[in-house]
Write a protein that binds this ligand. Structure first.
Ligand code: PEP
Length: 251
């Protein structure tokens, strides 16, 4: 049995005060004994305060991105070591917005994954097809390619620190959700692809989250599918009540 995981990607939302308010709300409203791993990913500038705020809770803090180099002359960038030095335990890599607006390629993401793992960060690796891929029937091929190009060089042991997040781009922030059947079909395909390369020991243990317009009213049905191990939540993670309801749906 794999544990369920619910992660909230706050994107470029919430200033310092709003971050504190939302965290307080979550601390008060989330069940402290939830058999669900809960992760929140505020913006870089609020990560340190979030870690401190959540110190005695069951909520972990993730970054939304990081640079692939250990350090250097990369103005404006943040390294993996900087994240771990403030207590961040995981990092989201490969989000479709990073791929689309910041030209993050599979090759670059491969390097970021390596750096993150070297620094003992858990990687929440996002990937997913665009609408045209699905319409053209090439979505399985594309998903396999994204996995192969960024993750298939890893060793079996590395997979203990990988969480996969399948996020069909056409469902992110659009209100359009993959049906529970579409999500299950793709998650089963992803698990089989991982199994073919790394064996059942890895594929049976790796968590595969679904992301794309998960809301309190659709979460339970999506999470009930056997290969869906929880969700990566965008918009609905910004409202405590919605996020709490989604966590409860995963319990
Ligand atoms: C996301 O950005 O990872 C996401 C899933 O967003 P939303 O839930 O708003 O579709």
């Amino acid at each position: 049995m794999r544990d369920k995981i619910v992660a909230g990607n706050w994107k470029m939302h919430k200033n310092a005060e709003e971050t504190e308010d939302l965290l307080n709300d979550l601390i008060n409203k989330l069940p402290s004994d939830a058999a669900v791993h809960i992760i929140v990913a505020p913006t870089f500038v609020n990560l340190a305060s979030a870690v401190q705020h959540l110190e005695y809770t069951n909520i972990n803090v993730a970054a939304q991105n990081m640079h692939q180099a250990e350090s250097g002359a990369f103005t404006g960038e943040i390294s993996a070591g900087m994240l771990t030095s403030i207590g961040v335990t995981s990092v989201i890599l490969g989000h479709s917005e990073r791929r689309a607006y910041f030209n993050e390629t599979s090759e670059l993401l491969k390097n970021k994954v390596d750096t993150a793992l070297k620094n003992e960060l858990v990687v929440i690796f996002c990937f997913g097809e665009e609408l045209k891929d699905r319409q053209e029937g090439t979505h399985f091929e594309l998903i396999e390619k994204q996995l192969k190009e960024s993750l298939f060089h890893l060793e079996e042991k590395d997979w203990a620190s990988i969480i996969l997040a399948y996020e069909p781009v056409w469902a992110i922030g659009t209100g359009e959700t993959a049906s529970p059947e579409q999500a299950q079909e793709m998650h089963a395909f992803i698990r089989k692809t991982v199994e073919d390369k790394f064996g059942a020991g890895v594929s049976n243990h790796v968590a595969i989250l679904y992301g794309g317009s998960v809301k309190p009213d659709n979460a339970q049905e999506i999470f009930s599918k056997p290969d869906v191990d929880g969700g990566l939540i965008g918009g609905a993670a910004l409202k405590a009540d919605d996020f709490v309801a989604i966590v409860q749906a995963a319990m």
